[in-house]
Ligand binder design. Structure first.
Ligand SMILES: N[C@@H](CCC[C@H](N)C(=O)O)C(=O)O
Length: 274
């Protein structure tokens, strides 16, 4: 099986052309490929397939390192776009892709970055999903006797966002891991730790569902900015500083899509026998 190792701000991917190769991977095989000791190593594995809708160019599927299939991946979407152009699977400047979270529109920009229309965020608890009856700006959760408050939103995948004073020292591994599997989130959750630096800049670290902390999470960056704007703390265009680099996130408010702009890089080509 041929693959390309790619990354978006250090959030790394094994990307596989499943149009020109017959690929059927079990969850166990995906865990093996993603393993950093025995396999290739990656946060997510991406499969590029033929579209399912008449107006789309491709379909892409996303698997976390734990083997679970999920519906949304912002950094993966930019890598998908770079992959289909580099492999001459398309020469379009605007690409439409089917995902399990709906269609995404991707655009190659003159500055070399890729902008993704990440869709309209969903706020109702049932749509996240989150086990609260009523929607709120912040929800409480008790962990080890302490009450923590978080914002929550779906970007096609579930996100909880906790505000911190110092993102470098945020309890990402401990609180992130506990909240990822907390009973409040029936489909588990991605957990972001956001430090507001000013109204146009935040620092963010994300403990990802099915992958633990990554160097960057595109959908997590969108979720954090949406939560910050909803609370009146951020402008409509925000630079998100992640451990792996920066993304620009733009959101005009309720009912509008979120736009994410950032880089996507190919690292090497490889073959693996499975
Ligand atoms: N790294 C991704 C998100 C990947 C999926 C996520 N871990 C989930 O389970 O929803 C991104 O850049 O958005």
């Amino acid at each position: 099986m041929h693959f390309t190792k790619m990354h978006g701000l250090g959030n790394d991917f094994v990307v596989i052309d499943a149009i020109n190769q017959a690929i059927h991977l079990s969850a166990e095989q995906i865990r093996f490929i993603a393993d950093r000791h025995f396999g290739v190593g990656c946060d997510q594995l991406l499969l590029i397939e033929r579209p399912v809708s008449a107006n789309a160019d491709f379909k892409y599927r996303i698997f976390n390192a734990d083997g679970g299939e999920v519906a949304q991946c912002g950094n993966g979407a930019r890598c998908f776009a770079r992959f289909v152009r580099d492999k001459n699977l398309t020469d379009k400047d605007r690409v439409t892709v089917d995902t399990d979270a709906g269609q995404l529109l991707l655009r190659f920009m003159d500055d070399g970055l890729i902008t993704v229309n990440m869709g309209v965020p969903k706020h109702a608890p049932a749509q996240i999903p989150l086990s609260f009856d009523a929607e709120a700006l912040l929800y409480p959760v008790e962990l080890d006797g302490a009450v923590i408050h978080f914002g929550a939103v779906s970007m096609g995948n579930p996100h909880a966002v906790i505000m911190v004073d110092d993102v470098a020292n945020a309890p990402v591994e401990t609180v992130g891991a506990r909240l990822e599997r907390h009973g409040l989130f029936p489909q588990r959750v991605n957990v972001g730790f956001m430090q507001i630096i000013d109204r146009q800049r935040i620092g963010l670290r994300v403990y990802e569902r099915g992958a633990a902390e990554t160097l960057a999470c595109g959908s997590g960056a969108c979720a954090a900015v949406v939560v910050g704007i909803e609370q009146g703390l951020l402008e409509n265009s925000v630079i998100v500083g992640l451990p792996g680099g920066e993304l620009r996130i733009e959101w005009a408010g309720r009912g509008q899509p979120v736009f994410m702009s950032g880089p996507a890089v190919s690292v090497y080509e490889g073959r693996i026998r499975i």
